[in-house]
Design a protein around this ligand. Structure first.
Ligand SMILES: Nc1ncnc2c1ncn2[C@@H]1O[C@H](COP(=O)(O)OP(=O)(O)OP(=O)(O)O)[C@@H](O)[C@H]1O
Ligand SMILES: [Mg+2]
Length: 222
């Protein structure tokens, strides 16, 4: 918790320091004998961006904190996967992603549908962002689901640049990001959701060189 608080403080401090510096600079541009309005406007735009970033961090923290309590219901994970695909369909289409699904779960689990949907949307979004930034000929997203003896397993795989072995645990930490506009909370939320369901989530290399994100959920988590 101490470590987490320190990283929150750091994340929020960065945009605030940027805002303060830009405000001071904009004031100086305006207080010149001949005010430079263009420079002041540029500074104000940076201030706006910094405010948005700080607000997004606070919003994301709210999302992390809101995880409990679970709204449990009997559901089929394949239905949740289909809904998540529908939600991300515009981005899948825009990016011309080839989607391959093999959904073969024929048992129900007791889980929170909204939280699982968020988990899947986060994983699909990450896959799309990874493939958008890399040079493969065709983007392929593969989503598989299986029955386990006492639960289900889901695998979301892409053919983007993949995740180096030494970072495959770090990526689940809050505020770890390699994206210029990322907050680094997507996978922290995924892990919080899976933990709340007494499941497990981890990252691997996909056979095609990309990332393979897998999670297991027990049939019943209470
Ligand atoms: N499918 C993937 N392929 C390659 N790298 C990935 C993939 N998924 C996650 N990562 C790496 O893990 C990091 C953390 O992911 P996470 O979803 O937590 O944050 P983010 O996507 O950077 O930002 P946010 O989700 O808050 O918008 C990413 O910045 C990226 O470096
Ligand atoms: Mg993300």
């Amino acid at each position: 918790m101490a470590e987490f608080s320190a990283s929150i403080a750091h994340e929020i401090c960065q945009p605030l320091l940027g805002i303060a510096a830009n405000a001071a600079a904009s004031l100086r541009w305006l207080q010149r004998d001949v005010p430079d309005v263009d420079e002041a406007i540029a500074g104000l735009k940076d201030i706006r961006a910094g405010c948005e970033r700080a607000a997004n961090i606070v919003k994301a923290l709210g999302a992390l904190a809101r995880q409990a309590p679970l709204q449990l219901q009997i559901l089929n994970i394949d239905d949740v996967i289909r809904e998540a695909i529908q939600l991300t369909q515009p981005a899948l289409t825009a990016q011309r992603v080839r989607l391959e699904t093999a959904l073969s779960v024929n048992q129900s689990i007791v889980a929170d549908a909204v939280q699982l949907q968020q988990l899947l949307v986060n994983l699909i979004t990450n896959a799309l962002e990874a493939m958008a930034g890399s040079a493969q000929e065709e983007s392929v997203l593969r989503i598989n689901s299986f029955n386990l003896k006492e639960g289900v397993e889901v695998c979301v795989e892409d053919n983007g640049p993949g995740i180096p072995a030494e970072r495959r645990e770090q990526i689940f930490g809050a505020f770890y990001t390699t994206k210029s506009t990322g907050l680094g909370v997507g996978l922290a939320i995924c892990r919080a959701v899976v933990d709340a369901h007494h499941g497990r989530i981890w990252a691997q290399a996909s056979a095609c060189g990309g990332a393979r994100m897998r999670f297991k959920l027990p049939t019943c988590c209470y």
